[in-house]
Design a binder for this molecule. Structure first.
Ligand SMILES: Nc1ncnc2c1ncn2[C@@H]1O[C@H](COP(=O)(O)OP(=O)(O)O)[C@@H](O)[C@H]1O
Ligand SMILES: [Mg+2]
Length: 359
C-alpha cells in the first residue's frame, strides 16, 4: 500500500499545495512550524477520516477561512484510489473513495492502515486509561471491522444507559424493563469486546516487550498487563451489584469502558519510575508492535508516519530503527526532521532510495 499524491486545500498552514510521493521512503524536512506534522496528519486523515490529534474539527481549516479539503491518491492491491475528505463551511464532513461517498466513516477504517508516531505520544503511557484504550482500539479496529462496529454500538448503548440513570435520578423513577434491555445489550457487547481485546493483547503484549528489549536491551524488566473488571467476573452480575452506585452517580461504573493496561518496570509503575529514554523506547515498542501485528493480519505493511523521531532517540537507536522500518519493511515510510542533513545522512548510510521534500 502506497500514497502517491496528496493535495491540501485550506488545511491548517497550507492554503493550496500538492505533494507527489515517488519513493517508499519519504523524508520531509523544514524548520519548526513549517507544516511537517500537518502534512503527516493530512495523510492520517485520509487513512482514518480524522486527525491523529483530538482537536475540534474547525481548527483544521486555515485560520480565518472555513472548511478544508484533502485529496489523495492511494495504491493498494486493487489498484489506485482517489480519497477525498471535505470539511464544509457548514461543519459537515464528507469522505469519498473514488467519488463514492462513504456512508459510514467506520467502513473506511482499516482499508488504508497506518501507524503514526508523534512527538507528544508520551501521554499514552502516563495519561488517562482512555488513551491506552484508544491505542488498543485503533489497532484492533484496523484489522477487525466487527470489533469497530461493536465498539460504536457499545458507546451508543452506554450513553443511553447513562442518560437513563440521569433521568431516573432526577425523576425518582426508573423503567425497569428499559434498564433490563440496556443491560442485556451491554452484557452481550461487553463479553464480545472483552474477548476480542483479550485475544489481541495475548498476542500483542509479548510483541511489545520483545520490541522494547530490541530497542533498550534487557536490563529493565518491563511488564504490561491487561486490566479489566470482566476478568474472572460475570458482567451481568457486575452490573447488578453496582446498580445502586450507578443510580447514585448517574453513570455506569462497570464494563470494558474502564479497561486499562498496567505497565510496570522492575515491579514499579512505569509512569512513576521510567526515564525519558525508557518512555521513548516503550512508545516505539508499542507502535512497532502495532505495525507488525497490522502487517501480519493484512498481509501488507501499513503506512508508517514517523514524526520527529530523531528528537526522540539517540543516533544508534535511530539507525537501528530506520534499518528495521526502511530496509526490512517493504512498506512506505514518512519521516520528518528539522535537519535535512541528519536525515539524508541516515538514509544514505542505509543505501536505500529516498525522496527528500523540503518545506
Ligand atoms: N488552522 C490553522 N491555520 C493556519 N495555520 C495553522 C493552523 N493550525 C496550525 N497552523 C500553523 O501550522 C504550523 C505548525 O505546523 P506543524 O505541522 O506543526 O509544523 P512542524 O511540524 O513543521 O513544526 C504553525 O506555524 C501553526 O501556526
Ligand atoms: Mg511537528
Amino acid at each position: 500500500m502506497l500514497i502517491k499524491k496528496i493535495t491540501l486545500s485550506q488545511f491548517r498552514n497550507y492554503s493550496f499545495q500538492s505533494f507527489d510521493f515517488s519513493e517508499k521512503i519519504v523524508c520531509i524536512c523544514g524548520p519548526n512550524g513549517s507544516g511537517k506534522t500537518n502534512l503527516l496528519d493530512a495523510i492520517h486523515f485520509l487513512c482514518f477520516t480524522k486527525s491523529y490529534f483530538s482537536k475540534p474539527e474547525n481548527t483544521n481549516a486555515t485560520i480565518g477561512l472555513q472548511g478544508f479539503r484533502l485529496d489523495g491518491v492511494m495504491e493498494n492491491t486493487h489498484g489506485l484510489h482517489n480519497i477525498t475528505c471535505i470539511y464544509r463551511e457548514n461543519g459537515r464532513k464528507e469522505f469519498l473513495v473514488n467519488d463514492e461517498p462513504c456512508k459510514k466513516f467506520s467502513h473506511h477504517i482499516g482499508k488504508f492502515p497506518a501507524v503514526f508516531i508523534a512527538p507528544d505520544d508520551a501521554f499514552i503511557l502516563s495519561g488517562l486509561p482512555e488513551n491506552r484504550r484508544a491505542l488498543i482500539d485503533s489497532i484492533i479496529s484496523q484489522t477487525d471491522s466487527v470489533y469497530l462496529n461493536k465498539l460504536i454500538e457499545y458507546r451508543k448503548v452506554l450513553d443511553q444507559r447513562n442518560s437513563f440513570l440521569k433521568n431516573a435520578f432526577i425523576n425518582h423513577y426508573s423503567d425497569k424493563d428499559l434498564l433490563d434491555s440496556y443491560d442485556q445489550q451491554l452484557c452481550r457487547l461487553n463479553n464480545l469486546i472483552f474477548e476480542k481485546r483479550n485475544l489481541f493483547l495475548k498476542n500483542f503484549l509479548p510483541m511489545v516487550i520483545q520490541e522494547y528489549r530490541q530497542i533498550a536491551g534487557d536490563s529493565d524488566k518491563v511488564t504490561i498487563a491487561y486490566l479489566s473488571q470482566l476478568q474472572g467476573k460475570n458482567i451481568e452480575e457486575l452490573l447488578r451489584q453496582n446498580l445502586d452506585r450507578d443510580m447514585y452517580l448517574q453513570r455506569t461504573g462497570m464494563g470494558i469502558h474502564k479497561d486499562d493496561l498496567e505497565i510496570k518496570m522492575n515491579d514499579m509503575l512505569f509512569k512513576n519510575t521510567a526515564s525519558q529514554g525508557q518512555r521513548k523506547s516503550l512508545l516505539f515498542a508499542l507502535k512497532l508492535a502495532a505495525f507488525e501485528i497490522i502487517r501480519a493480519k493484512k498481509n501488507f505493511p501499513p503506512l508508517l508516519l514517523l514524526d520527529d523521531v530523531f528528537e526522540k532517540l539517540d543516533e544508534n537507536r535511530i539507525q537501528g530503527l530506520l534499518k528495521k522500518v526502511c530496509l526490512e519493511n517493504d512498506g512506505q515510510v514518512f519521516i520528518t526532521d528539522t535537519h535535512a542533513d541528519r536525515l539524508q545522512h541516515a538514509c544514505n548510510a542505509l543505501q536505500v532510495p529516498f525522496q527528500l521534500i523540503t518545506l
